[in-house]
Design a protein around this ligand. Sequence first.
Ligand code: ZN
Length: 497
Amino acid sequence: MKNKFYITTSIAYVNSVPHCGFAMELIQADVLVRYHRLLGNNTWFLTGTDEHGLSVSRSAEKAKLSPEEFTDKISGEFKKLTKALNISNDDFIRTTDKERHWPAVVKFWNELVEAGDLYKKKYEGLYCVGHESFIKKSELADGQCPLHKTTPEEIEEENWFFKLTKYKKEVKNKIESGELKIVPESRTKEVLNLIDDAEDISFSRPVSSLKWGIPVPNDSEQTIYVWADALTNYISAIGYKENAPQFNKFWPADVHLIGKDILRFHAIYWPAMLLSAGLPLPKAVYVHGFITVDGEKMSKTIGNVIDPFALVEKYSVEPVRYFLLREIPSNEDGDFSSKKLEERYNSDLANGLGNLVSRTATLIANNMNGELVYKPEMISQEVKDKAGQLFRGYTDNVDNFLLHEALGRIWDLIGVANKYVDEHKPWVSVKENPEKFLATMNNIVYVLYNVAWMLTPFMPETSDKIFQTLGASRDAETLENYRFLVKKDESLFPRLK
Ligand SMILES: [Zn+2]
């Protein structure tokens, strides 16, 4: 049976250009959605940009641009990034979109008013502009925000507040029952530890402090704060405002994929807001970690921020996708280094996969006039069992957001095939034992064909190239007597020097 699968990334904040962490998030989401497409599910993939707030208007000022010009420019960079990384998103939402996004936010706000969950209150607190949020005294280090190393501003103002406390019990129950899944498990525990202490949250700010945003309905003195402004993108883009068929088909989201720094907002605030608005909760929140660079935190001050465009320029897109998916564990922090990327390129891509494809193609082209008629009865039970076992591991890993492990299973299978070739020495049997040679080649093609399928969500272009080299179609209904018309390939991954 076909299922629907709606996945979102977080929306990138446009106060600066894209970095590698968001590139990884896009790629991870892309793998998941391509995987579900392969299963024949009805998929929808949303990404976009978060464009309001004080920090954006200040960055615009610094760049001597209007906020509109500035956000157009940076949002454009993120759109470019989706192209550079071969991301197959169906839509790209901008929170400055006055036709699609703003009216949905207003509708959502009014639902919360209707539910009696918004109230006005005088508020005193410390505000970190870098965070775009209030910060507790207990969170400071030497009077400074530990993340941004800046002294927060003391603020006293009247804000709209959302009754988060009214819903925290219900949100907690849904998380504990697994109705709202937080992946990995360690993040579930983290949320459950936070949820009891959650307080009502500031939902607006006076126009005098925050102008670049969406006005509060019926209160011209106030601007809607980030929660109702940004989180609502997940429903505005699919037509919440007009209750579109698309909205009814795809909501609730199957996966919100986010970084660990915004877990609380997605696992506590957003579900509470949805409950207040009478909407179903997303089914799962997948949480990835952060990328360090050569063991250090990525930061502008250190100057070690990795530019994803430069990476793609240097290594091309598929090796970059491979490295970020394989080397950085999907659900934990991981480390980036050019040295490791080049090592993985040479060992896994050039020697592992590239070598397997090229020796297979060469053997068939040189000894069989490029044509192999596939005989399933020639596949050894051992190879079949091993491939089946690795395939089950692979699907299991993807289903549990362990994409690095899923790639591990593909490379295990590549290893099986390379070892099989070494042991069976087809370059010898082709002269001495044609029957054995034929069996060997059938086994290798069988494995390679499976590898090409399994690579589809991760490295779609490489997968296509293997299908082309094998002269195989993705539409073949059965492989029995299938004619593989094999071409000698140009090297898939020429070794890096
Ligand atoms: Zn801060």
